[in-house]
Design a binder for this molecule. Sequence first.
Ligand code: CTP
Ligand code: CA
Ligand code: CA
Length: 649
Amino acid sequence: MSSSQPFHLSSPITGPSRKKSRFTYRHLQLLSQSSTSCPLRVIALIDYDAFYAQCEMVRLGVAETQPLAVQQWQGLIAINYPARAFGLSRHVTVTDAKTKCPELVVQHVATWREGDDRWAYRDDAARHIQTDKVSLDPYRLESRKTLALLKEILPAPPVQKVERASIDEVFLDLSAQIHGVLLQRYPELRYAPYDDPTERLPLPPSTALDWHADALVDLDSAETEDDDPDWDDVVMNIGAEIVRGVRQSLYEKLKYTCSAGIARNKMMAKLGAGYRKPNQQTIVRNRAVQHFLSGFKFTKIRNLGGKLGDHVVETFGTEEITDLLATPVEQLKAKLGDDTGTWLYGIIRGEDNSEVSSRTQIKSMLSAKSFRPSINTTEQANKWLRIFVADIYSRLVEEGVTENKRRPKTITLHHRQGAQTRSKQLPIPQGRKIDETILFELAKTLLGQIIVDGRAWPCANLSLSVGGFEDGVSGNKGIDMFLLKGDEARAAMEPPPRSNTATPNPEDTRPEKRRKLVEATSIARFFSRGDSGEEPEEEPIDDFADEPSAQDEVDTHEDQTHKSPDLQQQDIAAYFCQSCQKSIAETDRAEHEDWHFARELQAQESPAVKSPANSRPPGQISTKPKRGGIGTRGRGSKPEKGQSRLAFG
Ligand code: CTP
Ligand code: CA
Ligand code: CA
């Protein structure tokens, strides 16, 4: 009968008696759904090499070998790899950098200047720290361009799952796409014997996995390259192939190089991406996770770079993952609280169930300036408010606010004096077009409120933000339909299925429901086209390790939303089912997918499929899968890393 033994990563069935995969048909199904609990899931993180520097190289059309650095006031914020070869880093001053590398091209970031209605590259920017404000718009725009291309290259949603993690980082959940490739390449995986999803899969077939030039991190001590590969190795290999193709296209079409990490979750993918740079990809196989992790301090892990990490270091007197591994979960929970303790226990074991979330809408926009020296008058402050408003307004226009696609509900002014920060907030009046005048009036009112409270001067930092974005009510179709291509556009125009039945029903043409869903889809599509995303402000602070740079004090701000992806609003109300070529309400997604699953199962009942001769690889006659069709294995000489035998026939 079927094996219903639960799946345990920690207890692989090894040795000569191992005839089947550790993974089941159910796991394959979870893979197709990009389920976060799927033990075969494959996540990639793409991180552009020296991103701002590459943006400038592309913009200026300089040779790839030309050393180049990006300057912000007197500091350097990005250094390309040719310049790094001269020992340059973010901590080097502009003068030192030029001494160390005389042929260095130094490009100052674009700035906003009072009176101008858009940012510009200016030769004299570095001397205008008092009157200019940094604009990262050029990099934001490039970031969007790369994201749009990524979305074009990858299969359409819902197979495609792409999350912009920062200005130069994107997570891809490749699970569903890989599932498709797997079934194509290994038809023996298509149907569970006896329709039993708890049945273990046959082991992977005999071709050696070709990792090309990819970096593979070393395996855990209990594993060897001689150990039999399982499907988790195969899916990683397919993931690597996809990412290699994606990187190639990014380079061919936009001339950007990036590094990538490919692993079972976001956290490991992120760590993997940093392993080999530039222009390389690293695979962290499941069998290598623990060994790889042991090389890091836990303060390098996502969410442990900041205060929480410091607290853990203080509490347990160590920064080493290896030391923490010895701490029982009860102790972690007792010292850090149940949730954090449990989370940390998993994280240091390489477990991370967080989803790659396709929601990429902007939640807020912020424009800020730190003053050195501090400013002392309303007049000075107003000049900056005007610049903030121009900055935010231009981004609102890009976000479609003038077409009433979305609009922010609130405007907030933050004020800093010494270590003390104060904020004032006002609602943005509805029913009236948002323009620069109204934003400026609101900003001045907020400043007035701070002044009335007293202690407004001297002021060390001001920042203005708008937030609480809501979708506009109508009129979206015309504009964003052109963003949909061919079938997608046709399908989006078609009536969506009833949302309260498991079976898609194309006959449902109830007008109000239809309108709502079609609009929702259009909106979702618009925001998934790559033209939006959370906007890390001024400086995309890394989610994973808070490493302050020399630039931190000046013009460095992070969007509030950046750190709390879980709190993101769920604005995308529909998704596009590829099989049906229809938009389906997001709330009905699970049900709808179940329906497809049920239909797939039903398909297995069909005679052609039922016949073992058709569904099994040649050479296998049993009705239960053995290592069928997979031949005998032989031991060769010591294999290369990742090139282990996989030897069959
Ligand atoms: N950045 C910054 N200040 C920091 C960190 C990053 O201004 N403290 C900017 C950099 O200019 C950079 C971009 O954010 O180009 C992305 O940051 P990151 O990926 O950390 O560095 P890269 O410059 O892209 O270099 P790498 O090749 O190591 O990824
Ligand atoms: Ca980068
Ligand atoms: Ca980065």
